[in-house]
Design a binder for this molecule. Structure first.
Ligand code: SF4
Length: 400
């Protein structure tokens, strides 16, 4: 793409104005108070413990700033985004208010979209989790300007899978095959297989060791493999990559599993040419996961009743933050905005299996809660949720 129509560093001339706008929109007094009080506050009979690391990561802030800057830099042009900029309803709503068009999805799990509304001279913003090579080629063929907000951590994964391909390895991508970031990563690979969890990885490892059924394998991974994938040929030399927001411990365990499988098949002398791994999980994801682990580990000393996890329901990194307390047997609720907590003491939340459920929320008397938020969640959303919790405790006589 020509340098004149491809922007990947934002627009300096409008940076200060956008910075102020973002501060007004996202900064939270309550979160500020928590931070200056050792991450603890007590209000209306609710004790809140905020995770040490939470909320907006560097890549998301950068992506939002670049999108807002694009709007100011191209005030009269038609702007499109290939997908949600990040998985956050408030940020995406704000972009719609700024007259930024979200390219509609055509359904299906392959990331299909309807680009017919993108016309000559328009501006297209690529989100933090990037765009596929097919999309980039399409834009190249149209006369559009590109504002690329892809997070450098995501680009790092692309570089890794590119290196796999050049070395003749099959890229095993630990990710979700319908997720935009994984769709983009897979588009950089000639040969790939996507495994979403340990169960699927164990299935593949058994196949490597000669214990699988080819027909069943092909059926199981039909949506998650490159077109020409042949498990009898393409599992010989493997490289591991991941969707940046996956659960890091699981990526590690999957890596060890494949390394062991290759070791048992090819022996210690040859294993290095049959398995390759680089750490491509971004620090932000890891820090948020560690912080929630820390919070969960103090559950007994703090008498934690539950953990509130705030973030978009489609946000993969937020979903993993929910899994940590739930897997440790601690009650936790994943909500996507404060509005999920209603005045009749009900909470609407996303369960670990993805179902959205509504149930009774808090009990009587003092409540001790932990709180965290995903990497695409502004502090203001945390404040909205906490304000609802405080208000509920204050005004509902059944909860006193
Ligand atoms: S979570 Fe990591 S990879 Fe994703 S936008 Fe943030 S810094 Fe980038």
């Amino acid at each position: 793409m020509s340098k004149d129509t491809y922007f990947k560093n934002g627009f300096k001339s409008v940076r200060e104005e956008v910075k102020q706008d973002m501060e007004q929109q996202f900064v939270s007094e309550t979160v500020g108070e928590l931070k200056s009080n050792n991450n603890i506050i007590f209000r209306d009979n609710v004790e809140v413990h905020l995770a040490k690391d939470f909320g907006f990561c560097w890549g998301v802030e950068r992506s939002i700033a670049m999108a807002y800057e694009a709007r100011s830099h191209f005030p009269s042009k038609k702007l499109h985004i290939t997908n949600e900029l990040i998985h956050n309803p408030q940020v995406n709503g704000k972009l719609q208010d700024m007259d930024v068009n979200f390219i509609p999805k055509t359904g299906g799990l392959d990331g299909g979209k309807d680009f017919s509304g993108v016309g000559d001279g328009d501006v297209v913003i690529l989100p933090a989790f990037g765009a596929s090579i097919d999309e980039m080629e399409l834009f190249d063929s149209k006369n559009v300007e590109i504002v690329d907000t892809t997070c450098p951590w995501v680009s790092k994964v692309w570089n890794t899978v590119d290196m796999h391909q050049r070395k003749g390895l099959t890229s095993i991508i630990h990710g979700k095959y319908g997720h935009e970031e994984t769709v983009a990563t897979a588009s950089f690979c000639e040969t790939y297989l996507i495994v979403k969890n340990m169960e699927e990885a164990e299935y593949v490892a058994r196949y490597i060791k000669g214990e699988g059924d080819r027909g069943e394998f092909m059926e199981k991974f039909k949506m998650a493999m490159s077109d020409d994938f042949d498990p009898d040929k393409h599992l010989e030399k493997l490289g591991l990559a991941n969707q940046t927001t996956m659960y890091k411990k699981e990526t590690r365990a999957i890596g060890q599993l494949f390394q062991k499988a290759q070791l048992s098949k090819y022996g210690p002398t040859d294993v290095a040419s049959h398995y390759m791994e680089f750490d491509t999980i971004c620090d932000a994801t890891q820090e948020r996961q560690d912080a929630i682990h820390d919070l969960v580990s103090t559950r007994s000393s703090l008498n934690l009743d539950f953990i509130l996890v705030i973030g978009g329901w489609d946000s993969s990194n937020t979903q993993h933050l929910l899994e940590i307390p739930l897997n440790a047997g601690l009650k936790a609720y994943h909500i996507n905005e404060g509005g999920c907590i209603s005045p009749d003491n009900k909470i609407t939340h996303r369960a670990m299996d993805g179902e959205i459920v509504t149930e009774e929320f808090m009990g009587k008397g003092k409540v001790v809660m932990g709180v965290t938020s995903g990497a695409s969640t502004p502090d203001r959303a945390v404040q909205d949720a906490l304000d609802r919790v405080f208000l509920l405790k204050k005004i509902n006589p059944d909860l006193q």
